[in-house]
Design a protein around this ligand. Structure first.
Ligand code: NAD
Length: 443
């Protein structure tokens, strides 16, 4: 099934194949200039959608996108150039190279939790690779989604970038088109639906999903620093962050001290301006997990000490301001807890003990990891960002996003006499078999 608008995006993506890096840079700079000129509107939209504090909007929605565009624009010419690779001596007379060509039309489906950044960063990656794009932002953050539509209408023709608003039905309709790549950010449940739909027509897919990201604090950690970083990692965006520490596993000897530091930070920040839980459905879901009736938009963090992983907070990704804490005696006990869950999007360890750090990194896989650090691997565009196993597949940010949205085309070219060609041509006479023997290809 194909819509006229979709066909025009397809056609345009074909013309983009003849462009040089300057045209792509110009498209990216249009987005950058729009963002710089309209920062106040972005801040206002997020404030209205879920009371996101302007400070958080700047550091977590605007700046990452601005720095990503700047970095890509600077490097695009180099990334777009054909990459020469070696050619084996058996293929003497040839040269080989990889050409990074556009895929065509990319569908970006984005979630509500970082509604601006998680729609625009994949857009930038798709544009850097010379594609045309359709964005389907989240229906749960309508002001930001409207603003994304305005950004795209101000910067692009409708056959270059198109924003389609709506929820589940709109996504289902879009998934019936023959996109050349789908880039989905959201929950594992919906990710599965999108993956099924793409599989039917063999449409390549990037899945940026979630999971339960563990945070380990051992007996050697700097507790003041650990408490502050863990608290910040949860507090940001009202703990509605895919890579937020989901649960803590803490050595029993420092458990009380860490707990009291976290509780102190929580009570000190009661009056801080904070984002809200996105809607009443999610608010009730988290209240139920914590067995509480209190308003979770007031208290910064609901810290819950738990005995084992049967607790309701340990059944699914929390994605809200609740923090379960489990104690351990011996580092080997982590093997009974962490692998109980699917491979998470992130894993964090606070420790000064190199053996403990190595043990944790070697024992448990995760999309990304932080050592004495939370969330910040996301902010470095020299690192790939993405999941592993059930937390997703495919990577983006910086060069990784360009590579994800490009087709890596293998090209071999003959320049002068090719001996190999003479060898492989029939008829396969005795001399040719002798030659294979000479090469030790035949025993
Ligand atoms: P979601 O899966 O509910 O929605 C994501 C998108 O899918 C939205 O645009 C929505 O309209 C659409 N959608 C919803 N139901 C659908 C259906 N049945 N069929 C087709 N499309 C449908 O996710 P969310 O609640 O917006 O976001 C929260 C989740 O996203 C969390 O699990 C979080 O961990 C994950 N997440 C991952 C990343 C990452 O980078 N890996 C980033 C942010 C959020």
């Amino acid at each position: 099934m194909n819509h006229p608008l979709f066909s025009s995006l397809k056609q345009k993506s074909q013309t983009f194949r003849f462009e040089n890096y300057k045209s792509r840079q110009q498209r990216l700079l249009k987005v950058l200039n729009w963002i710089n000129a309209n920062q106040a509107l972005i801040v206002e939209a997020l404030k209205k959608d879920f009371n996101k504090p302007p400070f958080e909007t700047i550091i977590s929605e605007v700046r990452p996108v601005v720095s990503e565009i700047t970095y890509i624009v600077k490097n695009l010419k180099k990334w777009m150039s054909d990459q020469k690779v070696k050619t084996p001596s058996s293929l003497l007379g040839h040269s080989s190279r990889i050409r990074y060509e556009n895929k065509g039309v990319i569908l970006v489906i984005s979630p509500w939790n970082y509604p601006f950044q998680l729609a625009i960063a994949p857009l930038i990656a798709a544009l850097s690779a010379g594609n045309t794009v359709v964005i389907k932002p989240s229906e749960l953050t309508p002001r930001t989604s409207d603003l994304i539509k305005k950004l795209c209408e101000d910067c692009f023709m409708s056959d270059e970038v198109k924003v389609e608003l709506g929820g589940k039905e709109k996504t289902e309709e879009l998934l019936s088109y023959d996109f050349d790549h789908v880039f989905f950010t959201g929950s594992t449940q919906v990710g599965r639906i999108v993956a099924k739909s793409c599989a039917e027509r063999l449409i390549p897919l990037t899945l940026e999903l979630g999971g339960k990201s563990p945070t380990i604090v051992d007996e050697t950690a700097d507790l003041e620093e650990a408490a502050q970083k863990i608290f910040w990692g949860k507090f940001l965006n009202r703990a509605q962050t895919c890579i937020a520490p989901d649960y803590l596993i803490v050595h029993e000897s420092i458990h009380h001290e860490l707990l009291s530091k976290l509780n102190k930070l929580s009570s000190e920040n009661k009056k801080s301006n904070k984002a809200h839980i996105i809607n009443s459905k999610h608010h009730e879901r988290i209240q139920k997990m914590c067995s509480t009736n209190e308003d979770l938009n007031v208290n910064p963090l609901c810290i819950v000490e738990i005995e084992n992983i049967k607790h309701p907070l340990m059944q699914e990704e929390i994605f809200g301001p609740a923090l379960p804490i489990i104690k351990y005696k011996n580092i080997q006990e982590l093997v009974k807890i962490i692998p109980h869950y699917e491979k998470p999007l992130s894993l964090y360890i606070f420790s000064k003990n190199k053996q403990h750090i190595d043990f944790v990194l070697n024992s448990f896989s995760s999309g990304g990891a932080g050592i004495n650090s939370v969330l910040l691997h996301f902010a470095n565009h020299h690192l790939p960002f993405g999941g592993v196993g059930q937390s997703g597949y495919g990577k983006y940010h910086g060069h990784f996003g360009f590579l994800e949205m490009s087709h890596h085309r293998a090209i071999i070219q003959q320049h002068y006499f090719s001996f190999m060609h003479q060898v492989v041509m029939p008829p396969y006479n005795r001399n040719k078999y002798k030659f294979l023997k000479f090469l030790k290809f035949l025993s």
